[in-house]
Design a protein around this ligand. Structure first.
Ligand code: 13P
Ligand code: SF4
Length: 354
C-alpha cells in the first residue's frame, strides 16, 4: 500500500528530531512503508549483531517481532531502551514453546536417563525464557543462517540435541545439511504425556525436535513446488528452511532471508525464480529486480503475509517515534536480569560460532 504522505513526513520529522539518539532496525519481512525508515535491514542474525553494534543510541526501535526486540535488549547495555512499535507483534512459532513446557520436557529427558547427553539448540524465534533455559543447560541459539554450525558445535558438546521450537529448521538442517537420516529425528509433542515418545525412542534419537512450526512457511507444500515448475519452465525454486522437509527437499536453493536476497542479487538477467518466504519480502524483491529482467514470483498464491510482522505499520512507527521525540518512552521491551544473564550466555555462544 502506498504510504500516507502526511505520516511519511511525520516519521521523517520525528526521526530527524531524535537524531543519533535513535536507531531503527527493520527485519526483511516488514512492510515497505516501515522499511523505508530503517537505518539497517537484515535477517535475524544480522539484526542481533547490528543492535549490539550501536552502543551510543539511547533508543533502539525494533521493526520486527517480540522475540527479536527481546534479543536486542539482551545484547545491548542496560541504559539502552528497546522499543517495539506494537506490543501485539508476537510470533506464533515462539509461542509454541513455553518455559513450563520446556521444563517439563527436560524432566522427561531426565527420566529417560539422557538429559546429560542432550545439548539444547534454540532457534532465535523463541522467548527470552527459552533462551535462558538454553544458556543454563549449556546450549546455544541459532538462526536460519547458522543452524548447521550451531548443530556441529552442539554435537561436539554432547551426543544428542534438543532443537526448539521449529521442527522444520531442525530437521532440514540435520538431514539436508548434515547427512543425518529422518530416523535420527523424533518429534516431542508438548501436548502429549512424555512428549508422545517412549524412553526407548528418546534414547535412540539423535535429534529431538520440538513440535513447533511457522504458520506462514508451514503452508508452502510440495504441490506448490510442482505447480510452479510446470507453470514456469526453467524456474529456480528458492525457499526458507522454515518450510516443511518435503518442500525444502524439492527446492533448488534454501536459506535465510539474507541468503535469499543475495541469491537474487547474484542471479543473471533472464532467470526465473519462485520464492517461498514471507510475502512483503518477495514482493519487494520482485519489484526491485524486475527492471533487471529477473522474473520473481511468490511460490504459492494462497499463502499470505505474516500477520504479526505486519502489525508494525506506519501509524505505529510514527506513534513510537513521536512519543520518543517528546520524551515519552513507550512500548519498552525489557527482559528481567536473571533471564537476561542466561539468555545472553546462549546468544553469545551463537555469536562466537566459527
Ligand atoms: P531470518 O530473517 O533469520 O531468515 O528469519 C526468518 C523469520 O521467520 C523471522 O521471523
Ligand atoms: Fe514467526 Fe513465521 Fe512470522 Fe517469522 S514468519 S515471525 S517465524 S510466524
Amino acid at each position: 500500500s502506498p504510504s500516507d504522505p502526511d505520516l511519511v513526513e511525520r516519521a521523517r520529522a520525528a526521526k530527524e528530531k531524535l537524531g543519533d539518539k535513535v536507531f531503527v532496525l527493520g527485519h526483511h519481512y516488514q512492510r515497505d512503508e516501515v522499511i523505508q525508515f530503517a537505518d539497517v535491514t537484515g535477517d535475524s542474525f544480522k539484526l542481533a549483531r547490528d543492535a549490539a553494534a550501536r552502543p551510543d543510541a539511547e533508543y533502539i526501535v525494533f521493526c520486527g517481532v517480540h522475540f527479536m526486540a527481546e534479543s536486542a535488549d539482551i545484547l545491548t547495555s542496560d541504559d539502552q531502551k528497546v522499543v517495539l512499535p506494537d506490543l501485539a507483534a508476537g510470533c506464533s512459532m515462539a509461542d509454541m514453546a513455553t518455559a513450563e513446557q520446556v521444563a517439563e520436557c527436560w524432566d522427561v529427558l531426565t527420566e529417560a536417563g539422557i538429559a546429560e547427553q542432550v545439548v539444547p539448540v534454540s532457534y532465535m524465534n523463541s522467548s527470552a525464557d527459552i533462551k535462558a533455559f538454553t544458556g543454563k543447560h549449556g546450549g546455544t541459539i541459532c538462526t536460519s543462517s547458522n543452524a548447521e554450525r550451531a548443530l556441529e558445535w552442539a554435537f561436539q558438546q554432547g551426543e544428542k540435541v534438543l532443537f526448539l521450537p521449529d521442527q522444520h529448521l531442525g530437521r532440514n538442517t540435520a538431514v539436508r545439511d548434515m547427512g543425518m537420516s529422518l530416523e535420527d529425528c523424533v518429534v516431542y509433542n508438548p501436548h502429549r504425556p512424555n512428549g508422545g515418545l517412549t524412553a526407548e525412542e528418546l534414547r535412540a534419537a539423535k535429534m529431538i525436535l520440538w513440535r513447533g512450526h511457522c504458520s506462514v512457511h508451514g503452508r508452502f507444500s510440495l504441490d506448490s513446488v510442482n505447480d510452479v515448475r510446470e507453470r514456469i519452465p526453467g524456474v529456480n525454486v528458492l525457499v526458507h528452511p522454515e518450510c516443511k522437509h518435503e518442500v525444502v527437499s524439492a527446492a533448488d536453493y534454501v536459506g535465510s532471508t539474507e541468503y535469499i536476497i543475495k541469491a537474487l542479487e547474484a542471479a543473471p538477467a533472464g532467470s526465473k525464480w519462485a520464492v517461498g518466504t514471507e510475502l512483503n519480502l518477495v514482493r519487494r524483491l520482485a519489484n526491485r529486480f524486475a527492471p533487471e529482467g529477473k522474473e520473481i514470483v511468490f511460490l504459492d498464491k494462497t499463502v499470505c503475509f505474516c500477520s504479526t510482522m505486519n502489525r508494525i505499520d506506519l501509524p505505529h512507527l510514527v506513534w513510537a517515534l513521536e512519543s520518543l521525540a517528546e520524551g515519552n518512552l513507550v512500548n519498552r521491551i525489557e527482559v528481567d536480569k536473571e533471564t537476561e544473564a542466561f539468555a545472553r550466555l546462549a546468544l553469545e555462544r551463537m555469536l562466537a560460532l566459527p
